[in-house]
Design a protein around this ligand. Structure first.
Ligand code: ADP
Length: 291
């Protein structure tokens, strides 16, 4: 993780090529000199030597999907099940916005319009978060909201191995409704949703029911709505997702790492199916039995 977070920082200041160059020197610090690398990919050999095989570390997964699809919900449930941190770049940004740091005002304007913040800023925040986790002994991760552009995906690829990318999918009309129904408790930070999705099946599309996720009594009076969850901004975020983030799906599809998952409904229907496709049903049974 140390190498990953240093390299991500290097990438933020000089792009993917700089990250790869820096990786060469880092690899030299950590491993014996590599054999001659293949032509046209000069740092491939060093990369291979530095990367840890999946069997020797925790999972390194990415969650992709449009705004409102439920990346945070499922990524955080899986992270608890697998004992790895759930790292959401949107949360890192909102923490920064809530601070009085110099970045806050500049970021608020970008995020509240639904635009993407610069790679440099996002990678700096991610590096800091990884460093903090590393100090606490964290290993592995489930990333949510990163990478969001092909450039970010290339930078990530340059510094570590991603084992799997889960692409959550839901119809666009439902995504908008879900974003507009989203509420957060200003005290405990938990996410809720007041929207009741009940869409009939038509034109070959299945019916979908998603019950509202209502807050307990003690959170009820503290509900707030994200400033970027207005209809205009949600539609802008969806547009930007289609332009900037959908190519990231192709990036991972070409690598054979993309797992497509059409959400069949709310959490009660979707969670067991997701565990099934991820081959994690036994893991949950073990965890429930141990609880
Ligand atoms: P959602 O997936 O619902 O749009 P997020 O919490 O993931 O919400 O992100 C909220 C906002 O944070 C985005 O609209 C964007 O402004 C910013 N953001 C989050 N992750 C990134 C990223 N990787 N690159 C650039 N901007 C990001």
């Amino acid at each position: 993780m140390a190498a990953m977070q240093r390299l991500l920082r290097a990438a933020a200041s000089g792009g993917a090529a700089a990250a790869r160059r820096r990786m060469g020197s880092l690899a030299a610090e950590q491993a014996p000199p590599a054999a001659a690398a293949p032509k046209g990919f000069p740092f491939a050999a060093e990369e291979r030597m530095r990367r840890r095989p999946a069997a020797e570390r925790n999972v390194q997964w990415v969650f992709l999907g449009c705004p409102g699809v439920g990346k945070g919900t499922y990524a955080s449930r899986l992270s608890r099940l697998l004992g790895v941190p759930h790292i959401a770049t949107g949360d890192l940004l909102r923490d920064e916005l809530a601070s009085t740091g110099p970045l806050a005002a500049q970021l608020a304007e970008i995020v509240n319009q639904g635009k993407l913040v610069s790679d440099e800023i996002i990678i700096n925040l991610l590096s800091k978060r990884l460093k903090k986790g590393e100090d606490k002994g964290e290993s592995g991760f489930i990333l949510d909201g990163f990478p969001r552009t092909v450039k970010q995906a290339e930078i990530l690829d340059g510094v570590t191995d991603i084992d799997m990318v889960v692409n959550l999918k839901l119809r666009e009309d439902i995504l908008v409704e879900k974003c507009l129904g989203r509420r957060i408790c200003s005290q405990c930070g938990k996410n809720f949703n007041v929207a009741c999705i009940d869409v009939k099946g038509e034109n070959g599309l299945p019916a979908i029911y998603m019950a509202p996720l209502l807050p307990p009594n003690n959170c009820m009076s503290k509900m707030i709505t994200r400033a970027d969850d207005t209809e205009e901004v949600v539609r802008n975020r969806l547009r930007i997702y289609n332009d900037m983030s959908q190519p990231v799906e192709d990036f991972y599809r070409e690598q054979g790492k993309l797992l497509e998952f059409d959400l069949p409904g709310g959490i009660p229907e979707s969670w067991p199916k997701l565990l099934h496709v991820l081959n994690l049903e036994d893991q949950e049974e073990l965890k429930l039995a141990a609880a």
